[in-house]
Design a binder for this molecule. Structure first.
Ligand code: FES
Ligand code: FES
Length: 155
């Protein structure tokens, strides 16, 4: 069946079963490879995207469930020429080792900052607690989110 999805401000159509995970369509059909397949079980957060502004695990969200929603992926945040403050802060803090978790972390952090522009370190820790990083980069990731909050406060 044809399903229309609103992704990063554009309406796109895909022929797929209604219960296809959103992550599969983003990556395999739309070539938006920022969201990663980690566990496929809503356990790690590597696949996090925003659905109507809320961080969601696209590996367990079916396309049928989000056909009327606004979906934002990491590709919709910023560009290489004009990165989003979160992306800039992650680079400035060198907040990545292998990088596999980082796009999901960034999208989860986007929701945190959208809800609370001046979070405490504890707020960020709690907000990202369910996003896993196998490389142990959490300290730098948390610093990056706090730096992004400062950057966004200045602009
Ligand atoms: S791949 Fe979706 S939460 Fe791990
Ligand atoms: S930087 Fe490797 S999993 Fe987080």
């Amino acid at each position: 069946m044809a399903v229309n999805l609103k992704v990063n401000g554009a309406t796109r159509s895909v022929n797929a079963e209604a219960d296809t995970p959103l992550l599969y369509v983003l990556r395999n059909d739309f070539e938006l490879n920022g969201a990663k397949f980690g566990c496929g079980l809503a356990q790690c957060g590597a696949c996090t995207v925003l659905i109507d502004g809320r961080a969601a695990r696209s590996c367990v969200v079916t396309i049928d469930a989000v056909s009327g929603s606004e979906i934002t992926t990491i590709e919709g945040l910023g560009t290489i020429e004009n990165p989003h403050p979160l992306q800039r802060a992650f680079m400035e803090e060198q907040a990545a080792q292998c990088g596999y978790c980082i796009n999901g972390m960034t999208m989860a952090a986007k929701e945190i900052l959208d809800r609370n522009p001046k979070p405490t370190e504890q707020d960020v820790r709690q907000g990202l607690a369910a996003n896993l990083c196998r490389c142990g980069t959490h300290g730098r990731i948390i610093r990056a989110v706090l730096r992004a909050a400062q950057l966004m406060g200045r602009t």
